[in-house]
Design a binder for this molecule. Sequence first.
Ligand code: NAD
Length: 346
Amino acid sequence: MDNAINQSVSNVSFISVNDMIQLLKRVGIENFISELVEYLEQDYLNWASFDKSPRFAAHSPEGVIELMPIGGDEKFSFKYVNGHPKNTQSGLQTVTAFGVLSDVATGYPLLLSEMTILTALRTAATSVMMAKYLAPKNATTMAMIGCGAQSEFQITAFSKVLGIKTIRLYDINPQAIQKCTENMMNKGLTLITCDSAQEAVKGADIITTCTADKKNATILTNSMITDSVHINAIGGDCPGKTELEIQLLSRADVFIEYEPQTRIEGDIQQLPSDSPITEMYRVINGELPGRTSPQQLTIFDGVGFAIEDYSALRYVYDLVNKHGNCQQLGLLVNPDDPRNLFGLTA
Ligand code: NAD
């Protein structure tokens, strides 16, 4: 009987947290991010072929739980993700996630993966891919404001892909700065601890804001920012959760992922609904320019869009097939007669 049931099951590739860590060790985190940037660019170039929608978000006073689906020609994916800024006070992550990649032709899931680490990797890869088009040429210094779970991934991506050498760190929590400094030590970077966001942005070519607070925070004010920098603002990603002063947004050229979602969730939720913005797929496909002059002030108002999770899952699935090292989960039924589902229960 048990044998009959076992034979009536088909498998889905499964990547646990431990599997993801092993995969990263095998590929190397820097290579992982660089290769993921290539997958992201391929998918952004195919923008028109995707079935897209803003994510489903269930808000509560402490946070948000979201589902992020997207359909391509050959694959479909979704991610389950939360955002609960107060979680760290009780020893929990602010963001946790898992996701599924499926085959469009059969509708069968192919891969079920942890996505907490993968989200940090894909967010860093996305930020640096956007910065390739938007940041000042020959940038060497980045301010990293918010030294939580995402921060080292961001620093790794910007140092590997854009050659950033100096990081100016600030967080309201000194232990977060210390943790980030210890993790990034001995990697050929100059790490400077700053006492305020104002101090951190001094001399920076790129400013990454990645803070977590469920409110309209003002991490960067208009007067703090000179022209000619690129701001990678990724912590404001929910209604009522922003990081940039409205006057700063109004002054800059703002680039986003997907307008129907970012108008609700991004820092631009503070602006009128017809304020000028550019969707990045149009820059990546060469239709519109990114940075056009050294003096330009650019902002990437990143909230995280489902296409990025799709790229990340697609990349992991290719890695798994190449290296053949993942678990198999008996998640799907496979009776000899597909119509005889009931027979499995008899
Ligand atoms: P985290 O809780 O681990 O870290 C957030 C850090 O921000 C903490 O160290 C906290 O002390 C610091 N902080 C809070 N307020 C601050 C302030 N006013 N000034 C300076 N530092 C401040 O969270 P995380 O996992 O690193 O995520 C950071 C943010 O990025 C969250 O808001 C999360 O929702 C967002 N996020 C966005 C994307 C995206 O695609 N755009 C993806 C993942 C996470």
